[in-house]
Design a protein around this ligand. Structure first.
Ligand code: DHB
Ligand code: MG
Length: 224
């Protein structure tokens, strides 16, 4: 496979190749997906390759305190918490009681309860309560898309200079590229992408992710 023969199949094959060599999913991680599906959660977890990239960012950065907005079944949270040192902490927020229940079981099964605090409820309300805690080194935003601008602004209040914020789904299967699509989730993310690109408080880069989950992207932000 080369540039000349590039097509969608090539990109799927490449993602599987990267997964095979660099993003091994153990039985516990696979079981999260099985339990999530059985509980009726949407299959919108990170791909193993995306999750490994996030884990690498946490380790390279040396983050000790991580905030995740949107736990779902705890799949990404497990990868994140496993990247933490012994005294590190992941605080993960989930609004849906069903997802929160699956995620709680996940962290228990993974033996990560001491390192993970799951807070069920409205993320913005919860984040207000987190203002009095020490700042987070790393924030992963992966929840309700039309609320991304508020999640981002609140995350900015919960971090310190040098912290990293990563936002999932900033390409929306390519739909952010089409300005004619006015649905709030595409419009809000399109506007937020442009805003962050000019936000003097941060430096940022969008990293396209083409995986088993299709075309999307991470926005990787460093707070100045
Ligand atoms: C979808 C994917 C996601 O990663 C997410 O957080 C929400 C929705 C989707 O493909 O619909
Ligand atoms: Mg997502």
């Amino acid at each position: 496979m080369t540039d000349e023969t590039l097509n969608l199949d090539t990109l799927y094959i490449l993602d599987h190749y990267i997964q095979k060599h660099y993003a091994h999913e153990d039985a516990l991680l696979r079981n999260i997906l099985t339990r999530s599906e059985a509980a009726g959660l949407r299959n919108i977890h990170l791909s193993p390759t995306q999750a490994k990239m996030l884990q690498m960012l946490v380790k390279i950065h040396g983050s000790k305190r991580i905030l995740e907005v949107g736990s779902l079944g705890g799949y990404s949270g497990t990868w994140l918490a496993r990247a933490l040192p012994e005294n590190g902490q992941l605080v993960t927020l989930e609004m849906d009681p069903l997802a929160a229940q699956v995620a709680r079981e996940t962290f228990q099964e993974a033996g990560l309860e001491s390192r993970v605090q799951l807070i069920e409820g409205d993320a913005i309300q919860t984040m207000k309560g987190l203002l009095k805690q020490e700042p987070f080194d790393f924030v992963f935003i992966d929840a309700h898309k039309p609320h991304y601008p508020e999640f981002y602004e609140f995350a900015m209040r919960l971090v310190r200079p040098g912290s990293v914020i990563v936002l999932d789904n900033v390409v929306q299967h390519g739909k952010v590229l089409d300005n004619s699509l006015k649905e709030s989730q595409y419009r809000k993310i399109r506007e937020l992408n442009a805003f962050i690109g000019m936000d003097p408080r941060v430096e940022a880069i969008m990293v396209p992710t083409f995986t088993q989950k299709g075309l999307d992207g991470f926005l990787v932000v460093r707070v100045k």
